[in-house]
Design a protein around this ligand. Structure first.
Ligand code: DUT
Ligand code: MG
Length: 171
């Protein structure tokens, strides 16, 4: 069963900008465009305006996510992914893009789609300080404690899925 959409007030700060839109009915993210053209050299970043600002309902936030096609084709990432738009923020939504391609300059034209906005309900928590936390199966294990992380020395990691080769190439 399809749930009813949540109503969100939106204001255009650029009169010509298309409103954020979902590409398909089941999509999680509504595409945001840039209102400014920009060229990004390899390694360069920019804060691009989207021409829209929101009044999200209390208890919601919007998250600015990268677009996978732009990442795969052009190497464009969001520096702060996902960017967090607070319910109380009334300013224009901005997108902090970076060109991670080592060679190619990326060109954004006005109204190119540069990111996608995912609106979600978020919990507000109250923190209760304690001397000891209750136990758990994971306990303090983190950062690769389940194995499957990269090896740098060429040794058989068994459960590996990546390895860093640049150190060995220099030897
Ligand atoms: O990709 C983003 C991320 C944030 N924002 C806006 C909305 C958000 O509510 C505000 C602040 O973002 P954040 O809290 O991530 O930044 P901060 O550096 O902690 O700033 P502040 O001290 O204003 O909270 O900036 C954007 O327009 N785009
Ligand atoms: Mg903040």
């Amino acid at each position: 069963m399809t749930r009813n959409p949540v109503d969100v007030l939106i204001r255009r700060t650029d009169p010509e900008v298309p409103l954020p839109s979902y590409g398909h009915p089941g999509d999680a993210g509504a595409d945001l465009v840039t209102t400014e053209a920009a060229d990004l050299a390899p390694g360069e970043r920019a804060v691009l305006p989207t021409g829209v600002s929101l009044a999200l309902p209390d208890g919601y936030a919007a998250f600015v996510h990268p677009r996978s096609g732009l990442a795969a084709r052009c190497g464009v990432a969001l520096v702060n992914a996902p960017g967090t738009v607070d319910a109380g923020y009334r300013g224009e939504i901005k997108v902090i893009v970076v060109n991670l391609d080592p060679r190619e300059t990326v060109r954004f034209e006005r109204f190119d789609r540069i990111a996608q906005l995912v609106v979600q309900q978020v919990e507000k928590v109250r923190f209760h300080e304690v001397a000891e936390l209750p136990g758990s199966a994971r306990a303090e294990g983190g950062f690769g404690s389940t194995g499957g992380h990269a090896a740098v020395d060429g040794s058989q990691g068994g459960n590996r899925y990546a390895s860093v080769v640049s150190d060995r190439e220099g030897q």
